[in-house]
Design a protein around this ligand. Structure first.
Ligand SMILES: Cc1cc2nc3c(=O)[nH]c(=O)nc-3n(C[C@H](O)[C@H](O)[C@H](O)COP(=O)(O)OP(=O)(O)OC[C@H]3O[C@@H](n4cnc5c(N)ncnc54)[C@H](O)[C@@H]3O)c2cc1C
Length: 480
């Protein structure tokens, strides 16, 4: 019986390289890798050796025989992908090892941030024997959104922190927690003590909801809400109003589905997770039973991935529905649309999530606090949806770091192949690199950042070998 990749896949590609028959796709070299929903095992080629199970850091791969009932759909999802996939070589392409010119010195790299992109960059730098990495993290706990983004009930996904712990345990890595670069230490100070500085600062802000009424009480961004339930210190003071029965989530990406699930699931499920104790208490008292997830576009443009939708619909005690008039005619062959079509009409009672489409928010109304969202409908006219809580989940956005260029349009640090560049001249900022969401913008899974960081470190090593990172200032500061 073949093995099957399930929902918690983070797409880091570890399984791809462990497979002796290259039956897992897309591979990190595939152009579609960055935007893939997950990786998929070809049931026709899998020889059931289990090597991928051992390689996966988040226990996402299971034998066909061990799938729980809510996971069975993933067997079909894996198989369907391979029916359409292109022929592949017998072995997955392996990245060449980094080759570093021996200059009789230690390569010293500072990495800013400790999220997945930063830690994968550290992992790659530490493949070089004579290298030392110092990681600077502004919070007192490491690993970025693995801890403060991934939903607490996604226990298997959060297990990736064990892999990050192993990277951290390397004696050539020093972790400096509670140090914000740009505030507690400047870029120039870091650069004086290292050959290179890599920024993996993520995208900590959000795209604002630019409609009248967005400032009303009872309107929160998903960035704040997610940070609050995950115990992020910047959002500990949030007190989302959970006294009413209906929440409206604006946006329909994976974060919107996370929020909808967290607001409707039985709080007992969150016991013994890493949820903030204050958030768990608040969710136990919450009166919310219904969440409406509103998308501007149609179901064929749903921003969430199929695995997340399957996960949401399998949430015990929560019913998910889509009004048939929003769904329209479903074309055969698109697994996400077919899954949506199977959901049926939204229920009118119980804990429930309704997926709505073709609704463009025009304004939020209310006197003391938000009472309703007015949407412009595709068919013309306005639809007023009452709401006790409104969550805007329209995307994360990067924040500038003092002393570094910043692209206001994309919310990223301007770069070419990971080298930070001055946007006015296009000239590289010496010894300065970027990885992860700060480089590409807020898209992709935890594991997508691995390939992204490997690419940036390869660029850094090219520059070092070319003598562009002289390190003349290295050692100028007292280390400690
Ligand atoms: C709500 C949510 C849920 C998600 N769920 C999943 C999931 O289930 N599965 C999955 O595969 N992916 C998930 N993702 C995506 C995944 O979390 C991201 O791909 C990944 O975390 C991005 O990595 P990063 O290192 O670029 O940024 P981050 O993880 O944001 O890390 C950035 C780090 O830099 C630190 N930092 C920022 N500025 C400074 C500074 N000036 N000085 C020092 N430190 C600084 C921050 O504190 C943070 O620790 C989710 C994302 C979100 C938002």
């Amino acid at each position: 019986m073949p093995h099957v990749v399930t929902q918690s896949c983070i797409g880091d590609g570890s399984c791809v390289y462990s497979c002796p028959v290259n039956c897992i796709q897309p591979t990190p070299d595939d152009p579609g890798f960055e935007h893939a929903d997950m990786l998929h095992i070809d049931p026709a080629t899998c020889m059931d050796c289990g090597a991928c199970v051992a390689a996966c850091p988040v226990d996402a791969i299971k034998s066909h025989l061990r799938l729980e009932s809510e996971e069975r759909e993933f067997a079909a999802i894996n198989a369907l992908y391979h029916r359409a996939a292109s022929p592949r070589p017998i072995l997955a392409p392996v990245r060449p090892r980094l080759v570093v010119r021996d200059r009789g010195e230690e390569l010293r790299v500072a990495i800013v941030g400790s999220g997945p992109a930063a830690m994968y960059a550290a992992e790659e730098v530490l493949t070089i024997p004579a290298a030392h990495v110092t990681v600077y993290e502004r919070l007192l706990h490491p690993y970025g959104l693995v801890r403060s983004g991934v939903a607490p009930d996604h226990r298997r996904t959060r297990r990736v922190s064990r892999h990050l712990d192993r990277i951290r345990a390397d004696r050539r890595l020093t972790m400096r927690l509670g140090v914000e670069v740009g505030r507690d230490v400047t870029h120039d100070e870091l650069f004086a003590d290292h050959h290179a500085v890599i920024y993996g600062v993520g995208a900590a802000s959000d795209r604002p909801l630019e409609v009248p009424g967005a400032e009303l009480e009872g309107v929160v961004s998903a960035t704040r809400l997610v940070g609050w339930y995950n115990g992020h210190p910047d959002h500990a003071d949030l007190a989302p109003g959970l006294a009413g029965s209906r929440a409206v989530v604006i946006g329909n990406g994976n974060v919107a589905l996370d929020v909808a699930r967290m607001l409707t699931l039985d709080p007992d499920v969150l016991e013994d997770t890493e949820i903030s104790p204050a958030a768990l208490t608040a969710l136990r008292r919450s009166a919310i039973t219904e969440v409406i997830v509103a998308a501007r576009r149609g179901p064929e443009r749903s921003a969430f991935t199929l695995p997340e939708l399957v996960g949401l619909t399998a949430t015990p005690g929560v019913t998910v529905g889509v009004p048939s008039e929003d769904l329209g005619v479903v074309t055969d062959g698109d697994p996400k649309l077919e899954h949506l079509a199977r959901l049926g009409e939204p229920p009118v009672s119980g804990r429930r999530v309704t997926l709505r489409y073709h609704l463009r928010p025009e304004r939020l109304t209310g006197t003391q606090r938000v009472e309703a969202v007015e949407f412009a409908c595709a068919a013309g006219g306005v639809e007023r949806v009452t709401a006790d809580l409104v969550v805007s989940a329209t995307g994360y956005r990067g924040k500038p770091v003092a002393g570094l260029p910043f692209d206001e349009g994309t919310g990223t640090i301007p770069n070419v192949e990971g080298r930070v560049v001055d946007p006015a001249t296009g000239a590289p900022v010496p010894g300065t690199y970027v990885v992860g969401w700060a480089k590409r913008g807020p898209s992709g899974f935890i594991g997508t950042n691995r390939r992204c960081s490997q690419d940036t470190v390869a660029t850094l090593v090219d520059d070092y070998n070319e003598g562009m990172l002289s390190g003349s200032a290295v050692g100028a500061l007292v280390r400690g």
